[in-house]
Design a protein around this ligand. Structure first.
Ligand code: HPA
Ligand SMILES: [Zn+2]
Length: 349
């Protein structure tokens, strides 16, 4: 799936093409899709107090300087989620938004420990999210799956306990990931629990190289044996790592607006997505925490292409990469690439 077909797309049609093309989202934290309006509505419904007087005041607090400054607000926002219906409503709002952006497949992260620590049963979390996934397939035509993330600032023992709690619901999630505060919590801290998940046949991914060094990407690959690296943009600092990622076709789930809002790059023009693609890496575009970072999928594509001058060929490659990197079968991947090609043909001169 590496040969990029030649398409002659007039430059003024590129933004509409970015929006219309079918795409997969492989890096999105469902708790990061909670819009301030929904946080306030759920707070009221559940009688949960939040330390902001209004939706505007909450939105104004979304000025981040690094990953940790975001995580503090993100975990506070998730505190309004208590009941199965809350998890359903959150996921459904995202899935409708994804469908509008022509996302045809999404693999959504969720953070059970953020909820179990507040006394919410993991079954409540998984059932609500999973019901929304089932409904999305049936009524929106969006294929949706769940990936359980361990919080890396907590212990490996805690991760094992979370896995045990989730295993009765094994049929409702396809894999595990690793998120939260990266620096100081290297992937190898979770070697044993990822080894166990591998034995269980779960797909494996991990955040690495968002703020952390290339060494964390190496250990995500070699110790955790992940199939995809979430973010991974710091890999560009290590030529041997770039060669390894290209050689093994390890997808990087890049999140440009997240990187901008968390000051990983000073501006979008300086983003290295084009460098990663031109080096032959299986890079993809994703929204990460769209309610907090100023945009869902199409906004990520539009702003990044406007700032960096990426072309229609890059757009095709990014969408094709998103299908290649997804955890769907080869026949489904081929079907999505056919739809991608049909969209490009429609926009060609
Ligand atoms: O971008 C992220 N990085 C790490 N943890 C996260 N949890 C939500 N979003 C993120
Ligand atoms: Zn993330």
């Amino acid at each position: 799936m590496t040969q990029v077909p030649r398409f002659d797309i007039p430059a003024d049609r590129l933004p509409a093409l970015l929006c219309a093309m079918p795409k997969a989202e492989l890096h999105m934290h469902i708790e990061g899709s909670l819009e301030p309006e929904l946080i306030f509505a759920l707070a009221q419904r559940n009688g949960v107090a939040i330390p902001y007087a209004s939706v505007d005041e909450l939105r104004q607090a979304y000025a981040f300087t690094n990953l940790q400054s975001f995580l503090d607000i993100y975990y506070a926002g998730a505190s309004v989620l208590l009941k199965e219906q809350d998890f359903y409503d959150m996921a459904w709002a995202y899935l409708e938004r994804a469908a509008a952006d022509n996302v045809v497949r999404t693999e959504m992260f969720f953070d059970p420990q953020t909820h179990t620590a507040r006394g919410v049963d993991v079954k409540v979390v998984i059932d609500g999210l999973h019901r929304a996934c089932v409904d999305a397939e049936a009524t929106l035509g969006v294929s949706a799956a769940l990936i359980l993330c361990f919080l890396r600032h907590l212990s490996e023992e805690d991760a094992f306990e979370t896995l045990e709690q989730a295993l009765p619901h094994r049929d409702k999630f396809i894999g595990v990931g690793l998120d939260s505060s990266e620096v100081g919590h290297p992937p190898e801290k979770f070697a044993k629990v990822f080894g166990r998940c591998r034995e269980l046949g779960l797909h494996l991914v991990a955040h690495a190289g968002e703020e952390g060094p290339p060494a964390y990407v190496w250990s995500a690959l070699d110790v955790l044996k992940v199939e995809r690296v979430d973010h991974g943009v710091q890999s560009a600092r290590d030529p041997a790592l770039m060669a390894r990622l290209a050689q093994d076709r390890i997808p990087l789930t890049v999140c440009p607006l997240s990187n901008l809002k968390l000051c990983v790059f000073p501006d979008l023009k300086a983003h290295n997505l084009g460098t990663l693609l031109d080096a032959g890496l299986v890079a993809t575009v994703n929204s990460d925490d769209p309610a907090y970072f100023g945009g869902y999928m199409n906004e990520n594509f539009l702003q990044t292409f406007a700032a960096t001058g990426l072309t229609a060929q890059h757009a095709w490659q990014l969408a094709a990469n998103s299908f290649e990197g997804s955890f769907i079968d080869d026949a489904a991947k081929a079907g999505y690439v056919d739809r991608l090609n049909a969209t490009f043909a429609r926009f060609s001169a």
